[in-house]
Structure formats: structure tokens, C-alpha cells
Design a protein around this ligand. Sequence first.
Ligand SMILES: Cc1ncc(COP(=O)(O)O)c(C=O)c1O
Length: 509
Amino acid sequence: MGMEYDRQSCKRYKKPGNGMDQDSNETDTRGASQVSAESCSDLQMTPEQMLDLAHRAIELVIERIEKLPQEGAWDGEFKQELEDQLMGLPPELGRPAEEVLEQAARKILPMASRHDHPRSFAFIPTSPTWPGVLAEFMTAAYAVNTATWLTASGPSQVELAVIDWFRRWVGYPDGAGGLLTSGGSSASVNALVAARENADNPQRAAVYMSDQSHSAHIRAARIIGIRPEGIRMIASDEHYRLDMEALVRAVMQDREQGLSPIAICANAGTSSTGAIDPLEAMAEFCEQEGIWLHVDAAYGGFAVVTDVGKQRLRGMERADSVGMDAHKWFFQPYEVGSLLVKDVTTLEKAFAVRHDVLQDTIWGANHPNFSDRGLQLSRSFRALKVWMSVQTFGMAAFRRAVSKGLELAERAEEFVRESPDLELMNPVSLSIVCFRINPAGAGLDEDALEKVNRAVLAHMFWDSPALISSTTLSGKFSLRLCILNYTTRWKDVKETLEAIVRFGREAQS
Ligand SMILES: Cc1ncc(COP(=O)(O)O)c(C=O)c1O
């Protein structure tokens, strides 16, 4: 890596010590004070430097992927320790790029949950495919901005293609469309803006969701300006699905009191248990009442690529909008969510704003500017990761990978049901298993159960390679596995459950 640029001449030269090549100046005249507007930038690297550095980065990443199963699914450090290592003013002069890269790879990036670890079962993990990872890199390197058709016609067409795949999987008609988003949270903000505009922006708007809905929806409702009394949390039933009667009652009462229901948010897989709300009944009600139905399928949505999933999520296709995150159960790097609306013009009516400085970017009919469909102007090329992954592996492979999550969760449920130490907290509907230590005949009361299960969670955190998390169900502390990773095998799930049982016994002794 001896090549550098001479900043004045923009010519490449070999670093002193390696001998100068014939293109170079006699002396190295670089230095901030001497660099003119005609100079090469100090931020440039030679192709050789770029290649060497990229090569090293790839080596480090692949080394990590190979070693991952032998390591824990989590590592982290307290703030003081990290502050000592990482806080400080930015350096005035740089240091060797390899050194910076090694520091990132060895000291910074590992201090995090390894969401792609085969035993990463906490929260909602992801396991990115390699073509998806490379797409991220290429998108950044090509400096793509998918704000408008003019700035990114090829990438915009790929986004349209990917959105069209999602549209078909959901079962939406031809006129449906949407955009890729940073994730489920921004998809729900976009959806609620579209719902509000579609309802002519009433004064006292109300939005409905179950008490199991993701906090992203409460936040989205706040962001679009819904007053606290208009954010209506509807009770869920014994299996954590929205209670239809409670919803109907709330809407009717609110109407009598002068509120305007603008949207109902349904869950197609809650993040706590994977519960699926009564989608058909909710769609029926929303159609009758003229209320926008948004389905939060951020976690569960991609189950639709399988026959089983399609069956379980029936009714989703009747919603006005659906949010699905490819960075969850579609094996992509963060960030790629999506929002699909049944009538794409509703999105454009809500978001398109004319701006003189962008007047050259209007190509006309059928050449959408994606910035007219959501809150972002400058946007990355998220579609490439989905597109490259699917083109590389094919849908049959994706279908098998999604099915694997469903099957492993079913086997885990069976394990829990058969274990005398464990209690199933809710039947599995997708790929989340909620359960707790509750040994048959031990007669532990709720306080004791919570204590034992919290102890197990802590034990798992510090003393097991797996990462699991917890939730609260009807006031009861529950352990929880979310099985989404395409590299996870039954052995990973079974050994995690066995460790939980073992730690549970220790916690009671
Ligand atoms: C069901 C559900 N909805 C919404 C979200 C928010 O999505 P994001 O984190 O991509 O913004 C999540 C995140 O886990 C989720 O599980």
C-alpha cells in the first residue's frame, strides 16, 4: 500500500521510502495550507489503498461470521470503560486506515448484541444474507440517492420491482404500491399521515390499537399530533389478540363524544407473543365505518411467503396499509422496512409537496419520485439488498428459511408443553415462544415465579451463549424466544431450552 496522491498534481506516487514513480513530483508538497481548489482532496485514496482496505474489511467480517457460533450472542461494556476508550475530540490529523479499521472490528463492533448469532432469540433479531450486506456497501459506494427518478432511475425501478413483489405476497391489487422505509416505526408514521390526510385531517382525531401493539404506534400517533385522549389502547383477549367488541364499543363511544376515528392499527404478529389480531373482522369493521386499517406486520409479515403464514395472516390484504420489515424475517441488514398502501395515490396525496429547487426532477406519469411517498427526501437504495438476495438465492430458499422459523417455534412449543419444569404462556402463532419456569407440583406463587424466572434470565445472560429476553403477559413475567435466524438449527433451540431448565432448577435450590 505504497501509493498515495500528490494533492497538487492529482498524480499518484509511491510513498517516500518505496522510491518515487515517474508520474510524481520531486517533493511532497502536501499540507493543508498549500492545497488549492485545483488539488486532489485529502479525503481521496488511491485505488490500491481502497482495495487493500476493503480486502482487510471483508477478511475481518468473514472471520467474524465463521467464529460467531463459538462465541456468545451478546457482548457489551459499561459506559465508563467505553468512554475512556472512545470519547475525545476528533483528531486534526488522521492515522493509518488499517489501524482505524482494526479498532472498529475488534473493539467497537463486537460490543453489541450479535443479532445474527444462531442463538440470538431476544427481541426481534435479524440475520442478514451476504448479498444483502454487499448491496449495502455498493449502495454507499455508488452514492445512490433514491429521492427522485431523475437522481436514481435504475434504483427506483428496482424499488418498484421489490415493492411489487411485496404487493403480490400480501395479496394486494394492481393499484397498490408504497416505498421502502428505515423500518416499522417510520412505516407507521407514514401510514398514519396517509390515514389522517385521507380522513381530511379532522380536529379531534383518534387512533386505535390493541394494548399489545408496538410502542412505535403510540409514538407514530403522537408524531402526527393525536392528543393523548385520542390514542386509544383497546384490550386484548386471553391470547393477546385485539378484542373486537371492545374496539367497536370504543369507536362508537368516541364518535358520540365528538372524536373522529381516523385509523385502526392491527397486529399481524405482536412483538411480545406473535399474536395475530382478528384481521378479517377488523377489515370488515373498518370497511363499514370508513376507517383506515393499518396492519403492523413489521415482524410477522414475511410469513406470507409460506402457505402456513399466508393462511394465518388472512385478512391482511383487506387493509388500507401494511408495514413489513425485511430487516426482521426477510434476512436483510438494518435498515429496510416497507409501507404498502392499497391505493398508492393516497400516499402521494399525503406526502407530495412541490419544491422549486426540485422542479427539474419531475419526469411525469409513471415515473414516481419516492420522496413523494414518505417523509424522507435523501434516501438510500434499500431495495438493492432485498433484490440482490432474492436474485441470488431464489424465493424457494427464502420460503424454506421463513418456514424454518415457524417449524422451530412449533418444536420449541412442543418441548415446553412436554417439560415438567416449563409452562407455556401462550400458544405459538408465528415464531415467538413465551413460557416460564413453573415446575409442576412446586406450588410457587406469582412472586416466587417471577423471582425464579428473572434469575434464569440473568443466568442465561451471563452464563450461556444464547441471548433471550422477557415480556410481561397479563401481569406475569414470561421468558421469550423469537426464532428468526436462517442459520439456527434445532440443536441451538433445544440446548437453549435445556439450559433454561437447568438454570431454573438451580434458581430454586
Ligand atoms: C411488531 C413490530 N412493530 C413495529 C416495530 C418497530 O420497527 P422498527 O424497529 O423497524 O422501527 C417492531 C420492532 O421490533 C415490531 O416488532
